[in-house]
Design a protein around this ligand. Sequence first.
Ligand code: SAM
Length: 259
Amino acid sequence: MSFLHQFKSLISYWLNEENEHSLHSPFVYDLYQKVIKKKPLAKSCYEKIEQVRTQFLNSDKEIELTDLGSKSTLKGSNKISTIASQGITKRKYCHFLDRLADYLEAKNIVELGTSLGINTLYLSCEASRKVTTFEGNPSLVAIAQAVFEGNKRNNVSTIEGDINDTLPKYLQQASGIDMVYFDANHTYEATMNYFKLIRKKCKDKACLVFDDIHRNAEMEKAWKDIKDDFEVTLSIDLFQFGLIFVDPEIRKQNHILTF
Ligand SMILES: C[S@@+](CC[C@H](N)C(=O)[O-])C[C@H]1O[C@@H](n2cnc3c(N)ncnc32)[C@H](O)[C@@H]1O
């Protein structure tokens, strides 16, 4: 069912995607050229992060699973190697998120869903950024924290527990968020709930990135409703990710862009 849904969504994406030639908004054109289309820089931190990913891919360890009602695609696998190969952000997309953080000059980043901490390593690779990452599985929190310590990431705070409980508490004292990566609970209800809670604490120029917007019918509906939200001024569908801006200075527009 989900495979068929993704296939249909991909066909629709291919038929509707635009490139730089159809972009009239200077902001979207600049973002497309400098972040979406741009080839990855060879930052010195990248190689070390990929070595950590390789260690996980070769690991024969298993962890305790926690049911967080998140519609995981891992089908109950508790092997670290399976999580590393199927359950975390791929290198190309981690590079994109790092470029986006650079472009936004993001200082205050929130990541929902830490898992093994690989993408968090990318988000925190500049010391000027502070990253707050949320994870509900205690075994994964322990692994990720060891990774952050081993890589001297003093700019990462890990918040352990069910995001349904921890996010509202965190947001009571949070403000000035520049970038959010939604990569935890891929259900309609959770996605809408986290979006509504978090956007109030974001800066005008902030970017909210939703992972896997075409994964299933629930995520598709969440993406549609988020795009239609009256405060959302710009949406960009990259198939893997949906990007949202709530900047009142941008006129309302939706794009599907080649990535
Ligand atoms: C796709 S993985 C995150 C991958 C990570 N962002 C990366 O790319 O390296 C999603 C994670 O979210 C966690 N998660 C899902 N639902 C959650 C919830 N309600 N509360 C806390 N964590 C949750 C899962 O345990 C899982 O580790």
